[in-house]
Design a protein around this ligand. Structure first.
Ligand SMILES: C[S@@+](CC[C@H](N)C(=O)[O-])C[C@H]1O[C@@H](n2cnc3c(N)ncnc32)[C@H](O)[C@@H]1O
Length: 225
């Protein structure tokens, strides 16, 4: 999934991944992470997700990273906010209230830029990427978060041979293989969602589940930029 693929999706408004309400798995499991109000939460590949609104309502500051400037500008426009805009080596930073969304490449974030992130929320980010890019994503952004960081990861699981991604199927074994080195990973919930996903049914997919994981960054050294 190269950058052009996503820019085309946003230009053509083909954003079926975008939800009109916060994700129930987020609202159910996030409070158990015990992150203090005021702490900063990273939302990689954030789109214009309303989950960032819910996180701010819980008192968090949100750092989003998103390739599409259209998505980032829409997020602020839809809230009636006029963001301040500045540029850095990471990209263009749009900021207003508790939100700072960077138009840039999530794989290029540096440990310094993530140093004050106490949390990470990944919904439709890991599963948006094909396998080689998932390896890069886990080896860059996830490795660069500071020790003690906690997070929630939401995945999908289905027989990959029955449908082309994105979204891709990411099984529990893969989550452990990619993250166990630096993170303690615990499955919180897995539920069957096939009946509520007509597009998967229409493509002949025979099983579909979503899973939520609690993550905590182990002590250790963050990867260099
Ligand atoms: C499936 S969408 C999910 C968006 C959001 N997480 C949500 O739940 O609505 C994936 C998003 O990742 C963005 N994206 C893809 N590759 C990226 C990268 N390398 N860096 C930053 N954003 C990226 C795309 O533009 C797209 O908006």
């Amino acid at each position: 999934m190269e950058a052009d693929f996503w820019h085309e999706r946003w230009r053509g408004n083909r954003i079926g991944f975008h939800r009109d309400t916060p994700l129930p798995l987020l609202t159910r499991h996030w409070p158990d992470l015990g992150l203090a109000a005021g702490s900063r939460v990273l939302v990689p590949l954030c789109g214009k997700s309303l989950d960032m609104v819910w996180l701010a309502e819980q008192g968090h500051r949100v750092l989003g990273i998103e390739l599409s400037e259209l998505a980032v500008a829409s997020f602020f426009e839809e809230r009636g906010l006029e963001p301040r805009i500045r540029s850095s080596g990471l990209g263009r930073h749009y900021s207003a209230g508790p939100w700072e969304l960077v138009v840039g490449d999530a794989f290029a974030v540096t440990p310094d830029s993530l140093a004050d992130c106490a949390g990470i929320y990944d919904r439709a980010a890991l599963i948006a990427l094909p396998p080689p890019m998932r390896a890069t994503y886990a080896g860059t952004l996830w490795r660069r978060l500071p020790p003690g960081c906690r997070g929630l990861l939401v995945t999908l699981e289905y027989p990959q041979a029955e449908k082309a991604g994105p979204p891709f199927s990411v099984e529990e074994a893969e989550v452990h293989a990619r993250l166990d080195r630096d993170w303690s990973v615990a499955l919180l919930e897995r539920r069957d969602i096939l009946a509520g996903e007509p597009s998967f049914l229409a493509e002949g997919v025979t099983a579909l589940s979503t899973a939520a994981y609690r993550l905590e960054r182990r002590d250790g050294t963050c990867a260099p930029p």
